[in-house]
Design a protein around this ligand. Structure first.
Ligand SMILES: CC(C)(COP(=O)(O)OP(=O)(O)OC[C@H]1O[C@@H](n2cnc3c(N)ncnc32)[C@H](O)[C@@H]1OP(=O)(O)O)[C@@H](O)C(=O)NCCC(=O)NCCS
Length: 214
């Protein structure tokens, strides 16, 4: 998990970084939506900037749109599928996007004030015991990790939090495993903090590792 030079991104992006997660280069951006904007549209727009910067093409040639019926966002360049995976998240006025060309990517923003004990129904006793809750962020970490992992897995099943297992949890990273209806996917992830929110980012292991983890 090494910080690399930030990608060339639109100056509007408040945070724009390139990170290495489990050996995969991930570009991510965080921003606040405009006053009258739509969080979905602006998060997709942020993802389009990342894809354009990654591929070195013009922003206007890139579109990020939901694949139906799952809703998973996919990137297209001039109407053709782009060789870059994308993920977006929005909470309140915060929007975030991530892009990666070597692995499935998932990003999730969690407001820790909304990640209380009511979520415990989705966690196993083993998951709740993975890390002491010294800083009150245990549930935000577990929930963010599960949602980011679900997105990175690209299984296009419905989101079933208990089918996403968090196998290792640290303050800065996690390992995960998703049991889908037809396949299993595993991977790793990291956490970062921005504006009092926790941001989880997950990358899926490549196909060979995924077979090994199923
Ligand atoms: C993925 C999901 C858990 C995220 O919800 P959330 O944490 O409340 O919201 P976030 O803002 O963090 O993420 C929302 C984004 O996740 C993305 N997303 C939605 N479904 C996704 C999926 N299956 N895989 C990956 N990403 C997905 C979308 O880009 C969405 O943005 P949008 O609302 O602007 O379209 C939720 O959207 C979900 O449950 N999706 C599954 C829908 C489903 O069951 N579909 C039916 C059958 S397959």
């Amino acid at each position: 998990m090494i910080d690399c030079p930030a990608p060339e991104l639109h100056s509007h992006s408040r945070v724009a970084r390139r990170l290495a997660i489990a050996g995969c280069q991930v570009d991510f951006a965080l921003d606040c939506m405009t006053e009258r904007g739509s969080a979905s549209a602006e998060a997709a727009w942020l993802a389009e900037h990342l894809v354009a910067a990654r591929l070195g093409c013009e922003d206007r040639t890139v579109r990020v749109a939901p694949l139906q019926p799952s809703g998973r966002p996919v990137a297209m360049v001039r109407g053709r599928p782009a060789a870059v995976h994308v993920s977006v998240s929005h909470v309140g006025s915060m929007i975030a996007a991530a892009a990666c060309d070597s692995a499935g990517i998932g990003i999730d923003i969690v407001d820790p004030t909304e990640a209380g004990r009511a979520l415990d129904v989705w966690f196993t006793p083993d998951e709740l015991a993975l890390l002491p809750d010294d800083d009150g962020l245990l549930r935000a970490r577990l929930w963010g990790a599960k949602e980011a992992a679900f997105k990175a897995a690209r299984l296009d099943d419905g989101f079933r939090p208990r089918s996403v297992e968090i196998e290792h949890l640290g303050r800065t990273g996690f390992r995960w495993h998703v049991r889908g209806e037809h396949a299993a996917v595993c991977g790793q992830g990291i956490f970062t903090v921005a504006d009092m929110h926790l941001v989880a980012m997950a990358v899926a292991a490549d196909a060979a590792e995924a077979v090994a983890c199923s």
